[in-house]
Write a protein that binds this ligand. Structure first.
Ligand SMILES: C[S@@+](CC[C@H](N)C(=O)[O-])C[C@H]1O[C@@H](n2cnc3c(N)ncnc32)[C@H](O)[C@@H]1O
Length: 164
């Protein structure tokens, strides 16, 4: 079941004012992509007011931020956004994207709120083969469960964490 703690307009305004997503972390994510072309589509799931979403704009033809909170989406839309950014109101576990059309899925300090098995299934559906899933968090103190590759996913998280 989705957690609904982010519905207030004041909450959304505070997130826009005080949240920090460093540019360096976006470069780090891009270093995991296959090559340096301009990619078509990035989806930032649980985007909040979109402070991290906009940092993806230079690398993609189109970036879509999605969030389950209408207040967050409204706040994201109301700010100054690059022209290739848009926002959608939808759950992480059920997005409006076609299968295999997405190059990068990010969740910036948001995945701990999701129904993770359903979210991972959705990310797997919308990502193209070789696409990238980037879960950002202050801690990776969470267990990922997905089909028969749970151990592989958790090993990757541990490896990335040990390198940073
Ligand atoms: C801690 S905030 C992070 C917002 C933004 N990514 C940032 O870094 O500033 C978590 C966000 O995840 C959203 N969220 C929580 N559960 C969700 C779900 N199941 N589907 C989509 N968004 C969700 C919340 O509404 C909230 O905006």
């Amino acid at each position: 079941m989705a957690v609904r703690l982010f519905e207030g307009k004041d909450h959304a305004a505070s997130y826009l004012q005080y949240r920090v997503t460093p540019h360096e972390i976006i470069s780090k994510i891009m270093s995991y992509m296959e090559n340096n072309e301009l990619y078509k589509l990035a989806v930032d799931v649980g985007c909040g007011p979109g402070k991290g979403t906009v940092l993806l704009a230079p690398y993609f033809t189109r970036v879509v931020g999605t969030d389950i909170s209408q207040a967050m989406v409204e706040r994201a839309l109301a700010k100054n956004n690059p022209p290739n950014i848009s926002y959608r109101h939808c759950p992480a576990e059920e997005t409006p994207f076609a299968s295999g059309e997405v190059d990068l899925v990010t969740a910036m300090t948001a995945a701990h709120w999701f129904d993770r098995p359903r979210f991972l299934q959705e990310a797997d559906r919308i990502l193209r083969p070789g696409g990238c899933l980037a879960l950002l968090s202050y801690t990776m103190d969470m267990i990922l469960e997905y089909r028969d590759i749970s151990n592989v996913l958790n090993d990757i998280c541990r490896e990335v964490q040990s390198r940073s």
